[in-house]
Design a protein around this ligand. Sequence first.
Ligand code: HEC
Ligand SMILES: [Cu+2]
Length: 339
Amino acid sequence: MIESDPLVIGSEGSEQRIRRVLLLNFLLLPALIIGYQFFVRPALFGPGVVDIHAATAESGGFTPAYVQVQVGQTVRLRFSPSDMPHGIAIGPGLGVSLPPVAPGRWGEVVLRFDQAGRYTYACTTWCSPNHWRMRGTIDVVDPANPQPVAERDAVIDALTAEGVDIDAALHEPQMPRAELAVQPSAARGAARVAGLTLPPDLRDETARQRLTPMQALDLLAAANPGVAAADLTDAVAFLWTDTRADLTGAAVIYATNCAYCHGPSGGGDGFQAATLAVQPTAFADAGVMFLRRGDVLYAKIRRGGMGTDMPNFGVLFTPEETWALVRYVWSLTFARSGT
Ligand code: HEC
Ligand SMILES: [Cu+2]
């Protein structure tokens, strides 16, 4: 103990000076920085500033991962990665997407919510095998009406009422019929469909999304006896990709959020696929997709898989964005073969 050393009593020994420097560097400065960070800065900028630290899911993800704001309150969300660059999107329906922010830097967005509801901030940079788990929640509460209304999805409710198991497809063997020996082509189908009788259930997109292409094939065959099966599968391929919707937004969402598992062209061969216990569906495989319903694909995207790695994207995308993804998925099945 220095205090008991008679040689340094009354004067400051070098050891003591070192101690003082150490104290300043390792205790006082960090204390000042932390004090500034957590007490002074929030006071300067008001209660609307929320600093969120970002790291891979393995290193703790977002801290905090939960933020509560009030309706009408302006909030400044500041994100700072600690380990590697992370891009950040906030949804559903806010259109917020910050480009990747370098470690130690800050990316920020100012938001004001007019309605109570729940939003999600999520990483958009593939940063680890658990990348999609890097998410946080913003609850917008209305003090006048503190009980949050449970969000319902009419499409998923209708599937439940119909008794459809969203995960059933996983347990069914795939049995592509002989007709699918030739890859169906929407381009050929465009020429064929004009000459066919279309049953009512195939005339509008909403009705079509409640059927599998295989069911549509049976309906078409019944209404058009004598037409070659390959012509009918081409017609189905055309109908399933016949949409006026602009899919550029969905293509971007797919490339960012889906391709690393499902593959850039829907081959089920994204670079993370090999590591997964249950394989991502190959949307480009007509034999698989002929047994899928659009509304079930929609439900799966929103709710995610049960015990599989398929994430729940309903917390991030609007119903409209989800339908656009379903259309995009069908385009990977049928439009790509365009010959
Ligand atoms: C981390 C890997 C992963 C990511 C990312 C991912 N998926 Fe999946 N997805 C899977 C797996 C695995 C399955 C099969 C198991 C299941 O259906 O739960 C699947 C199944 C699906 C299905 C159901 C297909 C069927 O066979 O009925 C749809 C639709 C789907 N994904 C769409 C998407 C879309 C759209 C995105 C991006 C917004 C996406 N997935 C992102 C892994 C992923
Ligand atoms: Cu990430």
